[in-house]
Design a protein around this ligand. Structure first.
Ligand SMILES: Cc1cc2nc3c(=O)[nH]c(=O)nc-3n(C[C@H](O)[C@H](O)[C@H](O)COP(=O)(O)O)c2cc1C
Ligand code: SF4
Length: 453
């Protein structure tokens, strides 16, 4: 695919990292999405979004217009909640959206509130994103001042309020029902579904929860049309997508691309290849929760269907590329520590299973494990596929699956390396592992990494 042959719409000037304040947004036709929505009946807006094929950008890829259609008739008040928790490791695209395009997000909130007949939208922002919250609040203040938010938006007689709510640093609060519990002021525990939030959400009222990128797509769809959105298509994946690419590529960052791009094109054409021209060892294609891809799968089309066909998920489209210097056992031990720490502890399979997996992985990585440990690990983690092992499909929320899939997948991809660790009494990569220190590659030793002691 030729590089950059289409107009970027979400983050056209991402490198400049400048906030588009109200005056600049209005110069480029700002708030046309909301104005258009005001001329349309709610169900017409929902139908346009359905027709565009927009699917959620937060992880599960559920069709947005279909979700909006689940709201029970004549039950009010209803709420919109924008999921800006962005805590899935590797994901970093909602942050530039909020910091560079805050008014486009507010435009999306207004248009969505009009579609779902809500009068209030809450933007739940990851606690660590201090600047995003500050920029969003300043833009919201500008919008109130201009009469675009409040009791009489654009002089229409309709009411829309938008509030910023800051999280407190828990990954689990990105899970939609935990987010609602946290927004209500309680500890962020996920809730059993059903009932789904569209039926009983915030304060027990019908609530729509969508990711930042999903909501920001709405004004583009309303002003440019569903056909424009559908002109970028691979199977049922429509529209442009923001990929957060990290790891050992030469030029990491947020890429805005149609979902027809392949993994190979992404790595070599858009990100300049792998550091020191090393080989790819494995790729995590959709945020740290998803099964891994191997070098023979580099021609995978990076759409939801393309990645599914390769045995994984596009998730939040956070693509982590790891080169041949990386020990897969060490990498998955690191991920496993994250999930163990972030499990909210409500369900036994996730709470106990994530800790158990991490303990066994530490033993394999550091020495002292037996083949029986590997068998136990496999029985807990499963094969990296849904509903395998002791955790996946057996807990309240998908964090349980997220803790198990990478472990099951790592064993499927690199079982021989797990066995080698057990036979050799630990990780043989330790003295071969390279790290960036400033702009230099350094060899990892115990002195650099005290945790190996
Ligand atoms: C543990 C966990 C963490 C999640 N974190 C996020 C997040 O940070 N941002 C997000 O948009 N969705 C996150 N999700 C997905 C949300 O539950 C939900 O599916 C999403 O916000 C729906 O929006 P969408 O339909 O626009 O994708 C997470 C899910 C789980 C299970
Ligand atoms: S699966 Fe894990 S994170 Fe989700 S509710 Fe159960 S214990 Fe909490």
């Amino acid at each position: 695919m030729p590089v950059d042959t289409f107009d970027k719409v979400y983050l056209p000037n991402i490198e400049e990292n400048k906030t588009e304040w109200l005056q600049d947004y209005l110069k480029g036709g700002g708030y046309d999405g909301s104005k258009k929505a005001l001329e349309m009946a709610p169900e017409t807006i929902i139908n346009v979004v359905k027709d565009s094929g927009l699917r959620g950008r937060g992880g599960a890829g559920f069709p947005t217009g279909v979700k909006w259609g689940f709201l029970p008739k004549d039950v009010h008040p209803r709420y919109l909640t924008v999921n800006a928790d962005e805590s899935e490791p590797g994901t970093c695209k909602d942050r530039p959206l909020m910091e560079q395009r805050p008014h486009t997000l507010i435009d999306g909130c207004i248009a969505t509130c009009l579609a779902i007949e809500a009068e209030a939208a809450y933007i739940y922002i990851r606690g660590e994103y201090y600047k995003s919250a500050k920029v969003m609040q300043q833009a919201i203040d500008e919008a109130y001042e201009a009469g675009f938010l409040g009791d009489n938006i654009f002089g229409s007689g309709k009411k829309v309020d938008v509030y910023v709510h800051r999280g407190a640093g828990a990954y689990i609060c990105g899970e939609e029902t935990a987010l609602l519990t946290s927004l209500e002021g309680y500890r962020g525990y996920p809730r059993l579904k059903p009932p789904f939030p569209a039926v009983s959400g915030l304060y027990g009222k019908p609530t729509i929860i969508n990711n930042v990128e999903t909501i920001i797509s709405v004004p583009f769809i309303l002003t440019k049309g569903a056909d424009w959105f559908k002109s970028y298509v691979h199977e049922r994946s429509t529209g442009l997508r923001l990929y957060s690419v990290s790891g050992h590529v030469k030029k990491p960052g947020v890429l805005e691309l149609p979902m027809t791009v392949t993994l190979r094109e992404m790595i070599y054409d858009y990100c300049g290849g792998i550091r020191n021209d090393h080989d790819v060892k494995f790729v995590i294609p959709g945020g740290s929760s998803v099964p891994w891809l191997l070098p023979h799968q580099l021609d995978t089309v990076m759409s939801m269907e393309g990645v599914n066909a390769a045995g994984s998920f596009l998730g939040s489209a956070a693509v982590m590329v790891l080169d041949h210097t990386v020990c897969p056992v060490w990498a998955v031990t690191n991920l496993s520590a994250f999930y163990r720490h972030e499990s909210c502890g409500q369900c036994t399979p996730c709470r106990e299973g994530s800790a158990w997996m991490h303990k066994i992985l530490m033993r394999i990585e550091n020495g002292g494990a037996t083949m029986a440990d590997l068998e136990t690990l496999e029985s807990i983690a499963g094969t990296g596929k849904p509903n395998t092992g002791m955790i996946s499909g057996k807990s309240i929320c998908a964090l349980g699956d997220a803790s198990a899939w990478p472990v099951g997948s790592a064993i499927q991809c690199f079982r021989d390396e797990f066995v080698k660790h057990i036979e050799e009494g630990g990780c043989s990569y330790r003295n071969k592992r390279f790290w960036m220190s400033g702009d230099k590659f350094v060899n990892e030793t115990a002195e650099h990494h005290p945790r190996w002691h």
